[in-house]
Ligand binder design. Structure first.
Ligand code: ISL
Ligand code: CA
Length: 558
């Protein structure tokens, strides 16, 4: 493939606008807040930002339920704010990726309001309406957010399909009019100068004709079953031809549920569909499949072997995103590191090293550059997210699972963990708002906040900053081949990145003990590029690295 490709070389930062920075004291982050913090992000070294949905929405699912695709969510500001965001980003040579949520709309979108108004309405088949079966839903599809995926409309005595909340009816992609409307909407945003599109739940657009019941086995992993629609690649190719091919745009696809061996079908540069894969094998390696809220044990060997599999899944022509957290998952340092005070900074730096040196485009979720942690949730009433409430209904209220067992798990796994407001400084509400924040602020903001870290040369923030600088300076860290030195080692994760005769070694001690790591024979360190424990830098020509707890380093090899 031709080099260079900007979206492979860029370091992305994910902004969850609702929780980033509030500038008008209503307690909700806004576009002006992103504009005010662009210099902060530029200082960190960020090239591109992905923002979660910014469109008009009743916020049943925090913006993933869109009521008007051409309007800005009123809490976030105006179209002028959006245009200014792009202009201010252009000034700083930064690019914007927006979220595209077109598997479903809000039930308050005009299309759905029309569609629901009667069987003869021209918008009726913009969505999926079906008759019930003996007073029951058309089939046994479950919703991601609990209960059935079908909701009955008493007026017409028919059911409509919703893979997510009942306020998120699924669009009928089999209707060419729907597709054309959506393509036109994408052109509207691309014409404004948007450089990237992140397609939400992109693998579920095509539905299985006739809606047969899922078998018990399929039901256990219904997320996968929903990605098996026959026309999905035809639709994405069409969207590519009619939209992306006319613009300079990077397209990322969230393919939750797609088995890894099928991922490349969406992202091979030879197929003209999408560019960047968001896969979930790694971030969900320690989760239940049926009980998606359940936390399971994980080991470093499983972790690195998963990374290896995901890396290989790209083949020659695909490309991945690399991320250890996002708005749907707990905080990386609480999940894969160790957020206890003694180890938080060190393990956050270890994970930073990993994120920035993988053969994939790094996506840093807001606050991870500070080592922000999970929230100390105590009871179910502390949570906000529609998903955790749906799980509670299906599992606890139904009597299937004990409340304590459930809480113990969702404290670790809930999507709310990553949605608490950004911790800017030690003033009231962590500097996020001077009003009442829409959601709880982690009480640890007095210890963990941006203002302190920007001035501290040993902070997680400045560690990220240096790493990002290296990523920009060393093409091998983007393009170099990835090779795990010892996939069965459960303590030290070491791998090489090789680009021609440039070769780098990355070493990460995943344990809180000191450990000696013996370099493979014929491997000599030529230069210490960067180490997390500066005072303990390894000796040149060492054959054994004496690693401190959670120590990480990057070395140039011969
Ligand atoms: O997070 C998940 C399970 O815990 C996934 O099933 C998630 O719902 C799936 O990856 C789709 O997520 C995306 O679409 C949802 C929205 O709620 C998520 O925030 C978004 O990332 C519906 O639009
Ligand atoms: Ca605001």
């Amino acid at each position: 493939d031709d080099l260079p490709i900007w979206w492979k070389q860029a370091v992305f930062y994910q902004v969850y606008p609702r929780s980033f920075k509030d500038t008008n004291d209503d307690g909700v982050g806004d576009l002006q807040g992103i504009i005010e913090k662009l210099d902060y992000l530029k200082h960190l070294g960020i090239d591109a930002i992905w923002i979660n949905p910014h469109y008009d929405s009743p916020n049943t699912d925090n913006g993933y339920d869109i009521s008007d695709y051409r309007k800005i969510m009123k809490e976030y500001g105006t179209m002028e704010d959006f245009d200014r965001l792009i202009a201010e980003m252009n000034k700083r040579d930064m690019r914007l990726m927006i979220d595209v949520v077109i598997n479903h709309t809000s039930d308050r979108h005009n299309w759905f309001v029309q569609s629901k108004s009667g069987k003869d309405n021209p918008y009726r088949d913009y969505y999926f309406w079906r008759d019930g079966k003996q007073g029951k839903p058309p089939n046994n599809y479950p919703s991601f957010f609990g209960g059935s995926a079908w909701e009955k409309d008493d007026k017409s005595d028919q059911y409509y399909l919703h893979y997510f909340a009942k306020q998120q009816p699924d669009l009928n992609w089999d209707n060419p009019k729907v597709r054309e409307e959506l393509y036109e909407m994408l052109r509207f945003w691309l014409d404004k100068g948007v450089s990237g599109l992140r397609f939400d739940t992109v693998a579920t657009y095509s539905k299985i004709a006739g809606f047969p019941d899922l078998t018990p086995q399929q039901r256990q992993n219904f997320a996968q079953a929903y990605t098996e629609g026959p026309d999905i690649h035809r639709y994405i190719k069409e969207m590519n031809q009619k939209v992306f091919s006319q613009y300079d745009v990077a397209t990322a696809g969230e393919i939750f549920g797609v088995p890894l061996d099928k991922a490349v079908n969406y992202f091979s540069s030879r197929r003209e569909e999408l560019n960047i894969a968001f896969t979930f094998d790694l971030i969900r390696l320690d989760r239940g499949v049926e009980e998606r809220w359940r936390q399971k044990a994980w080991s470093l060997t499983e972790f690195r072997q998963t990374i290896g599999r995901v890396d290989r899944s790209t083949g020659k022509y695909g490309w991945n995103a690399f991320f250890l957290d996002n708005h749907d998952n707990p905080r990386a340092v609480s999940h894969f590191g160790d957020d206890r005070p003694r180890w938080r900074v060190l393990s956050a730096k270890a994970l930073a090293t990993l994120i920035i040196t993988q053969r994939a485009t790094p996506f840093i979720y807001q606050g991870s550059e500070l080592g922000m942690t999970n929230y100390p949730f105590k009871s179910i009433s502390d949570f906000d997210d529609i998903e955790v409430k749906g799980f509670w209904q299906d599992y606890v209220a139904s009597g299937k699972v004990d409340a304590n067992d459930f809480l113990h798990n969702v404290r670790m796994t809930s999507r709310d963990n990553s949605r608490t407001p950004f911790q800017w400084n030690t003033t009231k509400n962590a500097g996020f708002t001077s009003g009442t924040p829409w959601f709880k602020i982690n009480p640890n903001f007095t210890q963990i906040n941006a203002a302190d870290q920007i001035d501290d040369p040993d902070s997680v923030f400045n560690y990220y900053r240096k790493l990002i600088g290296l990523r920009h300076a060393i093409p091998a860290l983007t393009y170099g081949e990835y090779s795990d030195l010892d996939p069965n080692n459960d303590t030290v994760y070491a791998y090489t990145r090789t680009d021609g005769d440039e070769r780098y070694l990355v070493v990460i001690n995943f344990k809180e003990q000191k450990v000696n790591f013996r370099l493979p024979e014929n491997m000599t360190i030529k230069k210490v590029v960067m180490e997390s424990h500066a005072k303990e830098a390894v000796a040149m020509n060492a054959t054994v690295l004496e690693l401190q707890p959670w120590q990480s380093g990057i070395y140039r090899l011969n």
